[in-house]
Design a protein around this ligand. Structure first.
Ligand SMILES: Nc1ncnc2c1ncn2[C@@H]1O[C@H](COP(=O)(O)OP(=O)(O)OP(=O)(O)O)[C@@H](O)[C@H]1O
Ligand SMILES: [Mg+2]
Length: 327
């Protein structure tokens, strides 16, 4: 395993101008501790194993494939890294039917038609010259994969390929080329290679298995629900206004719910949302009534909500209070 060294101070930052805004570029962390600190600086509380795999992905320049339950912080890792390192975030949101053109680049047909009409109006252009001109970068609309292969201010961007399990297998096969050699091919233009490989984060909710060939090119990590202590830290970071007693009750209750037989267990996102709802209602401690009234923040299926109505919420809350009482 890689040596872990304590962070001896903030990573050096330099300013760059990006799209008219002042952005900061931070060098890549050189230890696991520094990676944890980098993420924590943006309010992201990473388990040691996650910080390790992020550190390795950055160090080795390998894509990172994150699989896990919904709302456990997979997408947020990419956003956090981009913000912490001062890199541009480029997101490819996957969906069923996503094809190479929508992911890499499309020809701007409207602009091409205008160019053709203008040339015709000007008295008939040189057809061959026009044909060549129409298939240059001027008429290309870059989509996320092409954007990610281009040089960006501040260094290689963070490329988030989100919810890969929603695409189909042919698209995965196509991604292999992009991720193996960090290059994309546009038939009319040729192959475009990234001068510096992007930092690639892929996520999946595992609604289907992603092919081994793609996984082999990545470092893999399963993002699990956090432990009680880590979830409490996350809540402190994302909803710092919540008092300690209420935060502990919220986290313990959500953790208890995850051990119940539910159709859809609440993720960390739901814990944070619920805390914010309770704060908006000026709640200072949980009660069965408050839980019943705000269940829609943590459970999103009527069958699950139904199970928690009535005495069940009280039973769980009593158990939570017992667990939280020091022995
Ligand atoms: N470890 C963490 N530290 C700080 N915030 C977290 C952490 N994990 C989750 N969150 C918060 O939870 C919310 C949901 O995270 P995110 O959208 O990344 O989940 P996800 O795993 O991508 O979910 P989905 O599978 O539904 O897309 C975000 O607002 C994020 O800030
Ligand atoms: Mg996500």
């Amino acid at each position: 395993m890689c040596p872990a060294r304590a962070l001896t101070g903030p990573a050096p930052r330099t300013s760059i101008a990006s799209a008219g805004k002042e952005a900061h570029v931070t060098r890549l962390p050189d230890t696991i501790d520094a990676t944890e600190a980098l993420l924590a600086g943006q309010g992201y509380v990473a388990a040691r194993a996650l910080a390790t795999v992020v550190f390795l992905a950055l160090k080795l320049g390998k894509p990172l494939f994150l699989e896990g339950e919904a709302g456990t912080g997979k997408t947020e890792i990419a956003k956090t890294l981009a913000a912490a390192l001062g890199r541009r975030l480029i997101r490819l949101q996957c969906y069923e039917g996503l094809d190479a053109a929508s992911a890499v680049a499309e020809w701007n047909f409207a602009a091409q038609m205008i160019a053709i009409r203008t040339a015709e109006a000007q008295g008939g252009a040189d057809r061959d010259a026009l044909k060549t001109e129409l298939f240059t970068e001027d008429y290309l609309i870059a989509r996320p994969l092409l954007e990610a292969m281009r040089p960006q201010p501040g260094g290689a961007p963070v490329l988030l390929i989100d919810e890969l399990d929603r695409t189909d297998e042919p698209f995965e096969a196509f991604l292999l080329e992009a991720l193996s050699d960090f290059q994309v091919t546009i038939p009319e233009l040729g192959t475009i290679r990234a001068p510096e490989p992007p930092i690639v984060i892929l996520t999946s909710n595992r609604t289907r298995e992603v092919h081994d060939a793609l996984k082999r090119r990545c470092l893999y990590h399963w993002v699990d629900y956090p432990t009680f202590d880590r979830e409490l830290q996350i809540l402190h970071s994302r909803a710092p206004e919540a008092k300690e007693t209420l935060s502990r009750e919220i986290v313990a209750f959500v953790q208890k719910l995850r051990s119940e037989d539910l159709f859809k267990k609440p993720g960390v996102a739901e814990t944070i949302d619920w805390a914010k709802c309770l704060l908006a209602l000026d709640v200072i401690a949980l009660s069965p009534e408050v839980i019943s009234d705000t269940l829609g923040a943590i459970l999103k299926y009527q069958d699950d909500i139904q199970k928690l109505h009535g005495s069940e919420a009280k039973r769980l809350l009593d158990e939570v209070r017992r667990d939280l009482t020091p022995a």
